[in-house]
Design a binder for this molecule. Structure first.
Ligand SMILES: [Zn+2]
Length: 491
C-alpha cells in the first residue's frame, strides 16, 4: 500500500515541521514584553550531576509517567556536552563544568573562572554586574563550592573556598549570596552561628583563611541570615545567608547517616533571591544550584537523589512563576555533568530471562529499590554503574527570550554564549580584567586586585619559565598544559 505509506510520510513530515516551528511561536509570545527581544533577567538552575537518567528517575518517582516536571515543561530543549580541557582527565568535574557555563571557556578540572593557561576569564555574572544588573548565587552546597564559585571568582584550585568568598565580597559583588559553607567565612576557633564539630559531622569546623568574612560582609552592607526565620525577616538590597557549616545536607553512605533535609529549602532561597534581585530596575542574573543530586549519586543513593530532585523542581517552579509574570526573563535548567550513570530497570522478577544477564552490582553501587512509580502500581530498580562522574551529555531546558538558542546539541560553553546573547546581544559589556572589574575601585582594592592577578596564575608550584612556554608551544598546544601540570606536580 504505497499510497498509505506515502501519506503517512507526508503527515509525519508535516508533524515534524509543525513541531519544529511551534517553539519559535511560543518564544515570540514570551518575547512580547521585550522591545528588542532580549532578556532583562536570567535565572539559571544547575542540577549538579543531573543527567537524563536522573531527570527520568525524578519524574517517575515524583509525578509518574503521566506527569511532567516543572523543569521539563518548558518550550525549548537541548543537550550539552561536558568534556573539560584537561591534559589528563577525560571526564569533567564541577569546576571545569561550571567555568564553561559561566564563562564560555573550557578549562582543566579543579579550575574556577580561569582558562587552561590560568588566565582569569570574565563570567556572565561579572558582565551583568558591569551592566548595572543585580546578581545572585544560591546553592544548597557550600556557596563557595565549585559551581557558584565559577560564576563569581577566579582561582586555580576549587578548594580555596575562603579566597572564593573574599572575591565575592570584594570583587564580583553579587547582591545575594545564599547557601551553606559557613566554615570558610570564619577563621579557626570562631564557630560562627553553626557550632564546630557537631554530632552530625564532627569533622565540620571553621577553617577560614581570610579572616572574619561575615563581619566584612556586614561592613559592606550585607544583611546576614543564619536560618529560615532570619532569611524571611531580612531585607535587601544585599543579603548573605549561610545556613550550614558545609553542605545543607549530610552526604554519608546509604544507611550511615545520609540526610537530605536542608533547613532552608532551595525553593525558599530562590524565592527570596528573586524578590530581592527583581527590585533592580536594570534586571538581574541569578544562578541556583542543587547539589544533592550529585552528592547522593556519588553515594549511589537513589531515594535521596529523588528527594534532591524534587526540591530542585520546586525551585524551578518558583523561577518559572516569576518568568510568567515578567516575560523578559530567560529561565534555563542545565547540569554540569552526570554522576553515577544510573539505569532504570524492571524489577528482578520481570527481568529474569537468563538470555539477558543483568549485572546488579555489589556494595555501594548495588541496585536500589524496588521503588514505586508515582500514581501507579508499578515498580522499578535503580542500577548504578559508577560512584563517580561520567562523560554523558546532559539535558538543558529553557523558557523565555533567548531560550530558542538552547535548542540542539552543543558544548557546555554554548550555554554561556546563549545567556550573554540573550542579555546583551552582540555588545556584551567588557570586563577586561575580572579582578579589577569595579568602576569604583579604591587604591587598596586595586592593590589587592593586582596582588590577585599575580597570585592567580601561580598555584604554589614552580612557575613555568618563559623559555619553556615557547618550547612547549613549539611542541603543540597541549604541550603547554602538560608541562605546567608536570611542573606543578599535581594530578
Ligand atoms: Zn560530583
Amino acid at each position: 500500500m504505497p499510497t498509505t505509506v506515502r501519506g503517512k510520510c507526508v503527515a509525519a513530515m508535516l508533524f515534524a515541521l509543525i513541531t519544529a516551528l511551534a517553539p519559535a511561536g511560543a518564544g515570540e509570545a514570551q518575547e512580547a514584553g521585550s522591545a528588542d527581544g532580549r532578556a532583562k533577567n536570567v535565572i539559571i538552575f544547575i542540577g549538579d550531576g543531573m543527567g537524563t537518567s536522573q531527570r527520568d528517575l525524578i519524574r517517575y518517582a515524583t509525578v509518574g509517567t503521566e506527569g511532567q516536571l516543572a523543569m521539563d515543561a518548558m518550550p525549548y530543549a537541548g543537550r550539552s556536552g561536558t568534556s573539560p580541557l584537561d591534559p589528563e582527565a577525560f571526564v569533567t568535574d564541577s569546576a571545569a563544568g561550571g567555568t564553561a557555563i559561566a564563562s564560555g571557556v573550557k578549562t582543566f578540572n579543579g579550575a574556577v573562572g580561569i582558562d587552561a593557561e590560568e588566565n582569569p576569564v570574565p563570567t556572565v555574572l561579572e558582565r551583568a554586574e558591569r551592566a548595572g544588573k543585580a546578581t545572585g548565587l544560591v546553592s544548597n552546597s557550600q556557596i563557595t563550592d565549585a559551581t557558584p564559585a565559577s560564576f563569581g571568582s577566579h582561582v586555580a584550585d576549587r578548594d580555596e573556598q575562603s579566597e572564593i568568598a573574599r572575591q565575592y565580597l570584594e570583587e564580583s559583588k553579587p547582591e545575594v549570596i545564599l547557601g551553606g559553607g559557613e566554615d570558610y567565612w570564619y577563621p579557626e576557633d570562631n564557630p560562627g552561628a553553626h557550632p564546630d564539630e557537631p554530632e552530625v559531622d564532627p569533622e565540620e569546623k571553621s577553617a577560614g583563611t581570610e579572616g572574619n568574612l561575615v563581619r566584612k560582609a556586614r561592613d559592606l552592607g550585607y544583611e546576614y541570615a543564619t536560618d529560615a526565620a532570619e532569611l524571611r525577616a531580612a531585607g535587601g538590597p544585599r543579603l548573605l545567608g549561610l545556613f550550614a557549616n558545609e553542605e545543607m545536607f549530610q552526604q554519608n553512605p546509604e544507611g550511615e547517616g545520609a540526610v537530605y533535609d536542608p533547613q532552608v529549602a532551595l525553593s525558599e532561597m530562590t524565592q527570596k533571591a528573586i524578590d530581592t534581585l527583581s527590585q533592580d530596575p536594570d534586571g538581574f542574573l541569578l544562578m541556583v544550584e542543587e547539589e544533592g543530586i550529585d552528592e547522593m549519586a556519588h553515594q549511589s543513593n537513589a531515594e535521596l537523589v529523588i528527594e534532591a530532585g524534587r526540591q530542585l523542581d520546586e525551585a524551578v517552579e518558583v523561577g518559572k512563576s516569576f518568568a510568567e509574570s515578567d516575560a523578559e526573563t530567560l529561565v534555563i535548567v542545565a547540569a554540569d555533568h552526570e554522576t553515577g550513570s544510573l539505569a532504570i530497570e524492571d524489577t528482578n522478577e520481570i527481568q529474569s530471562d537468563p538470555a539477558y544477564p543483568n549485572e546488579s552490582g555489589e556494595g555501594r553501587t548495588s541496585e536500589d529499590g524496588p521503588l514505586r512509580v508515582a500514581n501507579s502500581d508499578k515498580k522499578f530498580l535503580v542500577d548504578w554503574t559508577t560512584a563517580n562522574h561520567t562523560a554523558e551529555d546532559v539535558p538543558v531546558t529553557a523558557m523565555g527570550p533567548g531560550g530558542e538558542n538552547l535548542v540542539g546539541v552543543y558544548e557546555n560553553t554554548h550555554i554561556h554564549d546563549a545567556m550573554l546573547d540573550a542579555l546583551f546581544g552582540s555588545s556584551p559589556p567588557s570586563v577586561s580584567a575580572p579582578a579589577t572589574s569595579t568602576t569604583s575601585a579604591s587604591a587598596s582594592s586595586t592593590a589587592s586586585a593586582s596582588a590577585d592577578a599575580q597570585r592567580m596564575p601561580d598555584t604554589g608550584g614552580p612557575s613555568v619559565g618563559p623559555w619553556l612556554v615557547v618550547l612547549a608551544g613549539a611542541l603543540g598546544g597541549l604541550g603547554i598544559l602538560v608541562s605546567r601540570r608536570v611542573l606543578r606536580g599535581d594530578g
